[in-house]
Design a protein. Structure first.
Length: 472
């Protein structure tokens, strides 16, 4: 059985091995000896720990192990993970991927690839390609830690980290048979205070703005809160920070350092009052992507304590969770969805669907009703905006192409409270019979956000009388 070693891999090995001063073989000899080392035992790639339970927001390491092995000259492997559950954390070099500690058998390996790829199915691969230079090889009969990967838990659930590809060659550039074993992870919600960055989009287009939420959870008596988000100023531009619905107090810090790549924001209550409890969106941060084909990280970089209670004491063990964004130069649709006569803050959270897409591409609006859906193939698309209590709205079809983002703005009309795609007397009656009240579950009857059904709510239905949903 002859198994083909990948071209990149062979090229890598040729390049690195031939660069070494002591290795006598020529490049031609290396390529002609492709095949399988039939005498080698199967090498196991694995993780340590191979199973474990971690808490949302917690950062942990998985060690990549390899055993046994002899005369290994080079390796290529991909570690696959689900970014819905895990985020790969940059290590000291500033890169995501594998990292090595002094004394590790891989510490002196020459890596040519150590990066994160986004796959079409939504998963990600940490792709590592590397070789020992010249006559140096790697031999071990024991389970050796060849590198470490740092992850942060994004949300609760269970997920596997697995080898989606693994390949080894020995010093004759013969493939050494290998196999990979996954790590099974259980991810549980934390019960302590937490702060996380949640991007409304995982894929964004260069030149367009996108918004991320800063979400606070599990807090009691939170009197003051602040955060510092580190971003890569070469890849992103920070535009602004806006307060979210979960206000802690008065905004006193709101700064962007475009040189360091740091967004700083904080609120505090004033005087002898208690703090807030619960969870919600503390702030929205708007970024713009500068360059395409890059995965870039947003992470908290605290300069001190982030949360304080009303006694002035800092809260301990605040769980922090960052986000990664893939800037991709493909088709994109962006715009705003507005609702007449409403404070633009309330345009947040309108559901957006871009169709036809498979899987369906959905998002929600941020402050100002802004949305972006990127990573679209060349095609024509329409945008559908929906919100409970409002008439569903669709745009015309627009062609999408690389480098030409399409601006699609929509306005939602209030009044279809029974959700049957027409605004008529039945909608008015539904509000009229609960006049001066606001029944639980019917909060969307309250058009002007004054916590009761009043004449202004009714008049705004009447203004849109006989309007219908028009499919495009
Ligand atoms: Ca209706
Ligand atoms: Ca009202």
């Amino acid at each position: 059985m002859i198994r083909k070693v990948s071209c990149l891999f062979v090229f890598t090995v040729m390049l690195l091995v031939c660069a070494g001063p002591f290795f006598p073989a020529s490049a031609i000899a290396l390529t002609s000896t492709e095949g399988v080392n039939v005498t080698a035992t199967i090498v196991d790639f694995g993780f340590q720990p191979s199973e474990g339970t971690f808490t949302v927001g917690e950062t942990f390491e998985l060690e990549v192990t390899m055993s046994p092995a002899s005369l290994i000259q080079a390796t290529e492997f991909k570690v696959k993970y689900d970014p819905n559950y895990l985020s790969a954390v940059p290590v000291s070099s500033g890169d995501k991927g594998l990292y090595f500690q002094p004394g590790s058998p891989f510490a002196d390996i020459e890596s040519v690839k150590n990066e994160v790829l986004s796959n079409a199915d939504g998963s990600k691969d940490i792709w590592f390609v590397g070789a020992w230079l010249g006559a140096t090889t790697y031999t071990s009969t024991t389970n050796n830690v060849i590198g470490k990967i740092k992850f942060q838990v994004v949300k609760e659930g269970s997920t596997d980290v697995a080898f989606s590809f693994n390949q080894l060659v020995d010093n004759q550039v013969l493939e050494v048979p290998s196999q990979g074993s996954p790590a099974h992870l259980t991810l549980v919600a934390g019960d302590g205070p937490g702060i996380s960055i949640l991007s409304t989009e995982e894929v964004v287009a260069p030149g367009l703005e996108f918004k991320v939420k800063v979400f606070i959870e599990n807090v009691e008596d939170l009197y003051a809160a602040s955060f510092d988000i580190k971003y890569d100023p070469e890849r992103l531009t920070a535009v602004k920070v806006e307060e979210g619905a979960f206000a802690v107090g008065t905004p006193l810090v709101n700064m962007i350092d475009p040189v360091e790549g740091l967004v700083s924001y904080g609120q505090t209550k004033i005087g002898a009052v208690s703090g807030v409890s619960g969870e919600g969106v503390f702030a929205w941060v708007t970024f713009k992507a500068n360059t395409a084909e890059a995965i870039t990280q947003l992470n908290f970089q605290p300069t001190g304590d982030m949360f304080f209670d009303s006694t002035g004491a800092p809260m301990e063990n605040v769980a922090m969770s960052g986000a990664s964004v893939y800037v991709q130069n493909k088709g994109a649709i962006y715009g705003t969805v507005t609702m007449k006569n409403i404070n633009e803050k309330n345009n947040i959270g309108i559901d957006i669907t871009v169709t036809p897409t498979d899987p369906v591409r959905e998002t929600e609006t941020g402050p100002g009703g802004y949305y972006q859906v990127s990573g679209l193939a060349d095609n024509s698309y329409k945008v559908v905006a929906t919100r409970l209590g409002y008439l569903m709205r669709e745009s015309d079809y627009y062609p999408s192409a690389v480098g030409a983002p399409v601006n699609v703005n929509l306005e939602l009309l209030f009044g279809d409270v029974d959700n049957n795609d027409v605004i008529n007397m039945a909608d008015i009656v539904a509000l009229a019979i609960v006049y001066n009240n606001l029944p639980s579950g019917k909060e969307y009857y309250d058009y002007n956000y004054n916590n009761k059904v009043d004449m202004q709510d009714l008049v705004n239905i009447a203004l849109n009388y006989n309007k219908k949903y028009v499919p495009k």
